[in-house]
Design a protein around this ligand. Structure first.
Ligand SMILES: [Fe+2]
Length: 455
C-alpha cells in the first residue's frame, strides 16, 4: 500500500506508480499538457493500479467524444478486475462506482459519490475537480460553492496545492454569484502561483459579470505570459479577453484574438469549438461580417454532428451547421439528439428538455423562421442552465432568445426580457438598442427614445 502526495492510500506496491500518479494529479490541477504522460508512466509502473485505471476512465469522459466514452467503460472493467484480485480501499471502491455511474450517463450519481468521498477525504483533489466539472454541467454554481465550502476548512495553507484549491473555490463562488469572495479567492491563488490559470479565469469571470472590461483586459494581459506551456484551456481564457473587447465594440481586436489565439487552428476539443462558435454568433449580432469563418467551424461540427454526448457542446455544433447551411448534417444531428433524448442519464434528459429544442430553434433562426424559433425558445427562457456551462457562456442563448422574440414581432415578450437584461447589463449598448426596438414595437416611442439614448 502506497500513498499519493496528499497522504491518501493507493492500492499499489509500486512507489514509482504512486509518485507518477501524484504528478498526474498535480498536472491535472495545473492544466498542464503532460497529464496523460504522467498517467501513462503510472500505468507503466503498475498496469493494474486501481486508481490509475479509474482515472484513465475519468479522463476519457472529459473529452466528451463517443469513441472515448466506450474506452472509459473498458477502463472501469479493468479497474474492477484489478480490485477483485488485489482489493481496494473504500475510497477507491467509491471512485470505481462513480466511474461506473458516469459510464451509464448517471452524472448525478457520480457526483454524489465524489461528494461522499470528499466528506471522508477532503484532500482528494480528483474527487474535487471532477465533482465541480459535473456540478458545472448539472445544476451549476450553488452546488459548486457548497461543495467548496465543505472542504475549504480542511486545507491548511502549508498543504501542497492549497493555492489550486483556492482557485477552485474562486470559480465556485463566481458561478454562485458571490463575486467578492470569488475575486478574493482567485487573487489569493494567483498570488501563490501566477500560472494558476483556473484561478486567473475565475477572476476573469468576475470582471465579465460585473462589466469591468478594462480591469479584465489588464488582468489577463498581465498574466498571459504564464500560459505558453499550458493546455487548451488557455484558449478559453483568450476567449474571455475577446469578450471584454466585444463589449467595448472593438471588433477588430476580437477577430484578431479569434484568428490568432483561440481559433488559430481547427480544434477537435469541444471547449475550443464552443469558444469559437459562440463568439461568431455574438459578433453577428453586433453587425460584424465574420467572413468564411462559419464554414471552417461547420467542417469540424460535421465530424461531431452525431456525437450527442454533451448537450452544451451539441448546441454549439448546431450553430455552425445551421449558419453554414449544412442541412444534411443538421438533420442527422437532430436525429441523433432525438435518439439520445429517448435514453437514460442526465445528458439525455438535458437534451430532451432543452438541448434538442434549442438546436431546432437555432436551425429555424438560420432559416429565417423567427416565429418558430421564438415559439420554441420563449418557454425555455428560465431553463437554459440545464445545458450547463458558465453564466458567461450561456449568455449567447439569452441573446438568442431576445433576438428571436424581436424578429418574431413578439414585442411584449422581448420588452420583458430586455428590461431584465438592461437592468443586469446596464453598460451593454446592444441590450439598450434591442430594448428600444422592443419598446418601439410595443408602441412606446418615448421610452424607446430613452433606451436609444442609453445605448
Ligand atoms: Fe469561462
Amino acid at each position: 500500500m502506497a500513498e499519493d502526495y496528499q497522504g491518501l492510500a493507493l492500492t499499489t506496491d509500486s512507489a514509482k506508480a504512486a509518485a507518477s500518479y501524484s504528478d498526474c494529479m498535480r498536472a491535472y490541477l495545473g492544466f498542464q499538457t503532460d497529464v496523460g504522460l504522467h498517467l501513462k508512466a503510472t500505468l507503466q509502473a503498475d498496469g493494474e493500479m486501481p486508481m490509475a485505471l479509474i482515472t484513465r476512465g475519468y479522463f476519457f469522459h472529459l473529452f466528451s467524444i463517443p469513441a472515448l466514452e466506450r474506452k472509459a467503460a473498458d477502463s472501469a472493467r479493468s479497474a474492477a478486475e484489478a480490485m477483485a484480485t488485489r482489493g481496494g480501499t473504500p475510497r477507491e471502491k467509491w471512485h470505481l462506482a462513480a466511474l461506473q455511474a458516469w459510464n451509464v450517463g448517471d452524472m448525478t450519481g457520480a457526483t454524489d459519490l465524489w461528494e461522499q468521498i470528499l466528506l471522508h477525504h477532503p484532500h482528494d483533489v480528483m474527487a474535487l475537480r471532477l465533482s465541480h466539472f459535473t456540478h458545472f454541467y448539472l445544476t451549476g454554481g450553488a452546488a459548486m460553492r457548497q461543495s467548496a465550502r465543505r472542504i475549504l476548512g480542511a486545507w491548511e495553507e502549508s498543504r501542497a496545492d492549497f493555492g489550486f484549491v483556492q482557485g477552485i473555490a474562486a470559480f465556485a463562488h463566481e458561478e454562485a454569484g458571490d463575486y467578492e469572495m470569488a475575486e478574493a479567492y482567485g487573487k489569493r491563488a494567483v498570488e501563490i502561483n501566477a500560472k494558476d490559470i483556473w484561478a486567473t479565469h475565475a477572476v476573469a469571470h468576475v470582471y465579465e459579470m460585473q462589466g469591468r472590461q478594462d480591469e479584465g483586459i489588464a488582468w489577463l494581459d498581465g498574466l498571459s505570459g504564464n500560459w505558453d506551456d499550458l493546455n487548451n484551456f488557455r484558449f478559453h481564457t483568450w476567449w474571455h479577453k475577446a469578450m471584454y473587447h466585444l463589449e467595448k465594440g472593438q471588433f477588430e481586436t476580437v477577430l484578431g484574438l479569434y484568428d490568432g489565439a483561440f481559433w488559430a487552428e481547427p480544434s477537435d476539443e469541444y471547449l475550443d469549438f464552443t469558444n469559437a462558435a459562440a463568439m461568431l454568433w455574438r459578433l453577428e449580432y453586433q453587425g460584424v461580417d465574420v467572413g468564411e469563418r462559419w464554414s471552417a467551424l461547420a467542417d469540424v461540427a460535421e465530424q461531431h454532428s452525431t456525437d450527442a454526448v454533451m448537450a452544451f457542446a451539441d448546441a454549439h455544433y448546431m450553430m455552425a451547421l445551421a449558419k453554414d447551411g449544412r442541412d444534411e448534417a443538421a438533420a442527422a444531428m437532430l436525429a441523433a439528439l432525438s435518439e439520445k433524448a429517448g435514453t437514460s442519464g442526465d445528458q439525455a434528459r438535458a437534451t430532451a428538455d432543452v438541448g434538442l429544442p434549442v438546436c431546432r430553434a437555432t436551425l429555424a433562426l438560420c432559416k429565417g423562421e423567427a416565429g418558430e424559433a421564438a415559439q420554441i425558445l420563449l418557454p425555455l427562457r428560465d431553463h437554459i442552465q440545464r445545458l450547463g456551462g458558465s453564466h458567461a457562456q450561456r449568455d449567447v442563448w439569452a441573446q438568442m432568445i431576445c433576438r428571436a422574440a424581436l424578429d418574431a414581432g413578439r414585442y411584449e415578450d422581448a420588452r420583458g426580457l430586455l428590461a431584465q437584461r438592461t437592468s443586469t447589463k446596464a453598460n451593454s449598448p446592444i441590450a439598450w438598442r434591442w430594448y428600444a426596438e422592443a419598446l418601439e414595437g410595443c408602441g412606446d416611442s418615448a421610452a424607446a427614445a430613452v433606451a436609444r439614448s442609453n445605448a
